[in-house]
Design a protein around this ligand. Structure first.
Ligand SMILES: CC(C)(COP(=O)(O)OP(=O)(O)OC[C@H]1O[C@@H](n2cnc3c(N)ncnc32)[C@H](O)[C@@H]1OP(=O)(O)O)[C@@H](O)C(=O)NCCC(=O)NCCS
Length: 272
């Protein structure tokens, strides 16, 4: 995509990362140049966002300056420096961001994971099927230290699904109700890190992943727990909550029933 300004004045490398300050990571200039650079990046983002939405048949862009400013997302831009008579052309765009998602594995178990997601991906029509998409995607994988199998993809098009199969061998799709897609293997190492006796089928389960996986669990089961007031009233000793693991997750929503079914051995119940 060509513009009537010289992109090379502001983008010094073939691939740059644009953050929510609407600035390329490689930029180095004074405050006046910063303002001009932001305006130029803004035009590029808006135009590329429009073109991407059109290519995907979307009603409105999912990438533009305003959306990027308000989110903690990163846009990778691929530039052909020799293009547009030496002024540089923008060839591709890839938007990434972390999201907390509820995702189902092949067994139908639901997990709440914080994972890196592909949110938008576009290569200009004049450069598609020439390897530019792969160059951009590979760069992102290296920057984010992540394997393709660990990514969640927002509404991938048929072209993108074909791209992932061809270049990264991803083909066993697990489609999600939230329009995201993950591939078989996304959950692999997570299951190796499950805690013993933790309930398998659960919402916001206490499974924990290593940082290397780039997928971490969150949700109320993994959050810091305050001291139980009911436990205090019932005079339970210590903080032994191992009995919780034996309670089915749905019982946790009906505490009186759960309490009646598994009283801790050391409790001395006082009725008021
Ligand atoms: C998906 C996309 C970003 C890939 O970029 P690219 O530069 O074309 O990809 P590469 O050249 O590195 O890889 C080419 C492979 O991608 C897939 N692909 C690209 N264009 C395709 C098309 N028109 N039809 C089917 N598959 C296509 C194929 O697997 C292709 O391999 P092949 O040519 O041997 O069949 C690009 O096609 C695009 O922008 N499409 C329109 C927007 C879109 O669908 N974005 C995905 C949003 S979720």
């Amino acid at each position: 995509m060509d513009f009537n300004f010289n992109i090379n004045d502001f983008i010094k490398t073939n691939i740059v990362k644009i953050n929510n300050a609407i600035m390329p990571d490689t930029f180095n200039g004074d405050s006046r140049q910063t303002r001009v650079c932001q305006e130029i990046m803004s035009v590029i983002l808006d135009e590329m966002g429009e073109a991407s939405a059109k290519a995907q048949g979307l009603l409105k862009p999912i990438t533009n300056t305003e959306l990027l400013r308000n989110k903690d997302h990163i846009v990778y831009l691929l530039v052909e420096k020799e293009g547009n008579h030496g002024k540089g052309s923008v060839v591709g765009m890839l938007k990434m961001g972390r999201k907390s998602l509820y995702v189902f594995d092949e067994c139908g178990d639901c997990h709440n994971v914080l994972c890196l997601c592909v949110l938008d991906f576009y290569v200009h029509e004049s450069r598609q099927r020439m390897g530019y998409g792969k160059i951009l995607f590979d760069y992102m994988l290296e920057e984010e230290h992540i394997k393709p199998i660990k990514l969640a993809i927002d509404r991938p098009s048929e072209k993108f699904i074909s791209f992932l199969k061809k270049h990264y061998g991803l083909e066993n799709i697990i489609r999600q109700t939230n329009n995201f897609v993950v591939f078989r293997g996304f959950f692999n190492n997570l299951k190796n890190n499950t805690t013993e006796n933790s309930p398998r089928r659960s919402y916001g389960s206490p499974y924990r992943a290593t940082l290397d996986d780039k997928v971490t669990y969150n949700g109320r089961f993994t959050a810091h727990k305050r001291e139980s007031t009911i436990g205090k009233c019932l005079n339970w000793s210590g903080h032994d909550e191992s009995w919780l693991a034996q309670v089915a997750p749905n019982q946790l929503y009906t505490m009186p029933h759960a309490l009646a079914s598994v009283p801790p051995a050391s409790s001395s119940v006082k009725l008021f």
